[in-house]
Design a protein around this ligand. Structure first.
Ligand SMILES: Nc1ncnc2c1ncn2[C@@H]1O[C@H](COP(=O)(O)OP(=O)(O)OP(=O)(O)O)[C@@H](O)[C@H]1O
Ligand SMILES: [Mg+2]
Length: 260
């Protein structure tokens, strides 16, 4: 089971939007996906539960932090969702070994799934550490509008720290500019500055702000299933597909057409 974390300690940048789309994309390609909602806000649980490709795991995310063995089960649909609710916020007060308990649970779940996608909370706490110590890959959606270079540097330091201390396999895939406003020249200038500062860490597949994306997530659908309803959804689909294509190629995901 190859594992990806979506991480940024800033709220509202698109972690849930991108992680849900990645989970749905992998599932549509025929892979068995374990999706972990690691955020007490439960936003990806809300979205994915509405999708017919999803069934709930017989345990909640908080149980991944506890040493009690998990109930056995077999995946029934392409996506198995480990759902979260407010009670997950207790994790912040757990002992420092909790991330390693989380990793052990994932190791045991590994032979049931091809991929694991983890949506994370907007904090640099124990929950994010658990996700990072357990992942092969991590990427970060960012919002250009009010990014702070120091905030993004802090995130890089957290990722680098986990990599050197606990998980040498962890690979940082980079940052995806999201919720872009193409008409805003200030944003273009800011993006230029970001490119200078972080150079190859910016993924060159930006996603523009389009209401069809939040509408789709509200309905539990990926944006490409909204195409018939809205023409703007077509452009949003192309952008999200381009971002996911980059991520998936870095993760070594073999497209079905490539296998044939
Ligand atoms: N490209 C986009 N265009 C329009 N709306 C978007 C886009 N990306 C995300 N959104 C919407 O913006 C809001 C914030 O996005 P999202 O929930 O994915 O961010 P987040 O990083 O997960 O936030 P949090 O840290 O609070 O969990 C949501 O309502 C989402 O539907
Ligand atoms: Mg979220």
């Amino acid at each position: 089971m190859i594992r990806a974390s979506v991480a940024n300690q800033k709220g509202g940048v698109g972690k849930t939007a991108l992680s849900c789309h990645q989970g749905l994309s992998l599932a549509e390609q025929g892979f068995k996906v374990l999706f972990i909602d690691n955020d007490p806000q439960g936003n990806s649980s809300y979205t994915l539960q509405k999708n017919s490709m999803t069934t709930l795991a017989p345990f909640k995310t908080i149980q991944l932090y506890e040493s009690t063995p998990l109930p056995d089960f077999q995946p029934e649909t392409p996506i198995t969702l480990v759902a979260a609710d407010r009670s997950l916020s207790k994790v912040a007060r757990f002992e420092t070994e909790a991330p390693f308990i989380f990793r052990e649970h994932l190791d045991k779940l590994g032979d049931k799934f091809d991929y694991c996608v983890m949506d994370n909370p907007p904090t640099l706490g124990l929950g994010l550490i658990a996700s990072l110590v357990s992942s092969d890959f991590v990427y970060s959606p960012i919002e250009i509008e009010d990014y702070s270079i120091s905030g993004l540097e802090q995130l890089q330091q957290t990722i680098a720290g986990v990599k050197s201390r606990h998980n040498p396999n962890l690979k940082y895939l980079g940052m995806i500019p999201n919720r872009m406003n193409t008409r805003d020249n200030r944003q273009k200038e800011k993006l230029k500055k970001l490119l200078q500062h972080f150079s190859d860490k910016i993924i060159k597949a930006p996603v523009v702000q389009r209401s069809s994306i939040s509408e789709a997530l509200g309905k539990g659908l990926p944006i490409w299933e909204m195409q018939k309803e809205r023409s703007a959804a077509k452009q949003a689909t192309e952008e999200i597909r381009a971002a996911l294509d980059f991520i998936e190629s870095q993760m070594g995901v073999k497209k079905q057409t490539e296998e044939a």
